[in-house]
Design a protein around this ligand. Structure first.
Ligand SMILES: [Zn+2]
Length: 267
């Protein structure tokens, strides 16, 4: 018993010796049984807040391969650690959901024109502005990070994350004409054709996100810290996915609204 059983230099478990013999539960190193026993960690550590894990130069500490939880405890105690040696972060899951914004929530895409001529004027004005402002398209898909959660949980910006999960919501907003239902059939049809064309275009933006974003997140998100993941690596994935969006907007713009009484369209 005694020294032979706690030969931690040759075994990774304090319960098993170098010959593979498991300590008896009632033996001093086995602990937990009748009589006196000791805990499989540095003496004084359990129940003693002075050190979050065994001292690295203590007999137990010299043989301890710190787990991620141990590293979190050290970071919380203000003990610097070289995180570059740690395992890279892996992306656990990427969930992408989509929804269509309600007409009343469509904000600047709500057109309140009382007739088709006025609608055409409002849309035309907006299209003119769009040439100088990419955000002034007649439809849009907005990406929201609904949740980004890390393993281990409860850490801060500078803590190591071994795994990360992303929950993403894509919200599509389409133009709304508040007086549509009271308009002549012909004008309703013109508006609906325009809206459908925009809807098809925005669907293609959604498809781009669904096709590429998970792959890009898995490519760029490698950790090690939450701050690097949030500030740099997710943005890198977004920058890359935006290349696909820009390409779509260069090559496949939706049709314009038909002019009142004619067949010409707003370019
Ligand atoms: Zn677009």
């Amino acid at each position: 018993m005694g020294g032979n059983l706690l030969n931690t230099a040759e075994t990774t478990s304090p319960w098993v010796n170098g010959n593979g013999i498991v300590a008896h539960p009632k033996a001093p190193v086995g602990g937990g049984g009748n009589g006196y026993f000791c805990s499989p960690s540095s003496l004084g550590c359990p129940g003693n807040d002075s050190s979050p894990i065994p001292h690295p130069l203590s007999p137990v500490g010299r043989n301890l391969n710190p787990s991620d939880t141990d590293i979190m405890k050290l970071a919380a105690a203000g003990i610097p650690l070289d995180t570059s040696q740690k395992t890279k972060t892996s992306v656990l899951s990427v969930s992408i959901k989509e929804k269509l914004n309600k007409p009343e929530d469509s904000g600047d895409l709500i057109f309140n024109a009382s007739n088709y001529n006025d609608l055409y004027g409002q849309v035309n004005k907006r299209a003119t502005e769009a040439r100088n402002n990419a955000d002034k398209e007649a439809g849009r898909v907005q990406l929201n990070w609904e949740d980004i959660s890390f393993v281990p949980t409860g850490g801060g910006d500078d803590d190591v994350a071994t795994q990360v999960s992303f929950k993403i919501l894509l919200t599509t907003t389409l133009p709304t004409w508040t007086t549509l239902n009271s308009q002549p059939q012909e004008h309703q049809a013109k508006f609906n054709r325009w809206r459908s064309s925009i809807e098809n275009h925005e669907k293609r933006h959604v498809e781009i996100y669904k096709k590429h974003l998970e792959t890009l997140l898995r490519k760029y998100v490698i950790g090690p810290t939450q701050r690097v993941i949030l500030n740099d690596q997710t943005n890198k994935a977004i920058e890359d996915v935006n290349v696909y969006h820009d390409e779509l907007d260069r090559t496949g713009q939706p049709a314009g609204l038909e002019i009142p009484g004619g067949t010409q369209r707003i370019p």
